[in-house]
Each structure stands twice: as structure tokens, then as C-alpha cells.
Design a protein around this ligand. Sequence first.
Ligand SMILES: [Zn+2]
Ligand SMILES: [Zn+2]
Ligand SMILES: [Zn+2]
Length: 268
Amino acid sequence: MEKEKPIYKFSKSKNVLKELGYQVEKAEAYRPIKPVDVSIENIKDGTIEITDDGIFFKTSDGQKHKGFMYKREYYLARYGKPRFHTRSCKIIQEFKVRGSFAAEYRWSNDGKVQVCDMDDNFIDKTVDILPLCQYCAEIQRSGQSDIYKDSEEFVNELKKAIPQETVTNVDVLGYTKEWQDISKHYREKHKYTCERCGIHITNSFDYGYIHCHHRNGNKTDNRDENLECLCIECHSNVDKSHENRFSKGANGICLQDFIKKYRGNKTL
Ligand SMILES: [Zn+2]
Ligand SMILES: [Zn+2]
Ligand SMILES: [Zn+2]
């Protein structure tokens, strides 16, 4: 079989997924978290984690949530909206070095944020669609993943980056944690081998390509006989609704990556 040219550069997609904080194994449903004032203390004690992959807030249950940081107090009339940061950019690094104990910044993962207006008696005002910090934008571009330019787009990407099965479970039933354990256990039991095509994933970084599918479509029916260990490609071919689900967004990117990586040299 003649090797087909990829439609676009797939090496990009891993970056895009990383950019979105997408981890298939540890996927947690997006939920808006109460804004957190960020002083240097929060960074030191790990409540706020600034890594190459983004800026995270750790809730007391140990879950990490991706978000952004912005100046808590700002001259809104004079300077317009504060810029938002998603990376360990020059400005954030300077803040870390300066080591301000005052909560100069605020962390959020919500589209609408509160900014204390220094031009108007320090009144808290609701601001949305913050522009991206230019240094963060540079880092974004160098990672070949220019995917958001304002905070609204960024938050929308955060929301999209969750596999839908997880979202459904969380939204409707609140079973995320339990389901994650069941799914992991089931996939482990099947040694990360697809029950349809037989592909066996050995690289633990790629375990996310192996899914746990509900045969009867009922996502609360987690009996072993209702579960099926499937690679992402077989999972995407289960039926029409699965086809749709894997045709776009983070799921689609993940599927394409899998095909590129594991089906690329398949000879017929
Ligand atoms: Zn920045
Ligand atoms: Zn398969
Ligand atoms: Zn399924």
C-alpha cells in the first residue's frame, strides 16, 4: 500500500493536546473553580503550579485544574483590560523573582473575571475576553500551537479538552472518580489490549489510546460484561454517535495521532 501523505502535520497535535492540559488517563471534567488570589506563597507551597504546560491550581482533593493568571488590581479606564497569562512567561517569572507576598495576581479558569478597578475606587468589576500576554503568545507560537488569543477562547478550549464520556458522567451523575478507577482497572486487566483489533499498547504514555466502552450505551452500567476495552480507533467506529464524537475536537486530534503513530506503517 502506498503511504499516504498526512493531511496536516500531526506532530503539532500532541502539542495542541498538551496545550489544552489534555491527559486522557487523568481527564477531569472542566468545572469553573472559585478564583484564587496568587501571592508568592501559593506558588511556593504548590497550590499554584507554573509549568511549561501551563498554570495550574491544585484543589484540596489533589486535582489539578488548568487556568490563567491576571493582575488582580488594574487601572481599567487608563489601560483597558489586564492581559492574561497561561505560561511561565517573562512577566510571571519576574513576579516569581520579585517574590511579592501581596496577592498581585489572581488565578481563574472562568471566562468572566473580577478586576479591582484602581481608576474607580477599587471597585470589583466583571471583565471578560482578556487579551493574551504578548510573552505568553510568543511561547505559544514557538510551541506551534497558536490556538487562542483571548481568555474566552482559552476557556472554551479548556472546556472542550475533556472526553465526552467523562463529561457526561460528571455532569449528570457525578461519578467521575469512580468511573476513572473502574475504567483504569478494566483496561489494566486487559493489559491495554483492544478487544476488537488486538492492538497491544505497551508504552504507558499511550495508555490513553485504550478506552473503556459501554457496550449497551448505558454509562452507569459498569458491570464487567458491559465493558469493552477498545483502542481509540475501534472505539470511534462503534456506531454513528461515536463516529461523530471522534470526528472533532480533542478526541479527533487524539484519534489522528493514534492512527499516525500506530497504523502509519500498516501493510495490507
Ligand atoms: Zn505572560
Ligand atoms: Zn482496536
Ligand atoms: Zn463508547
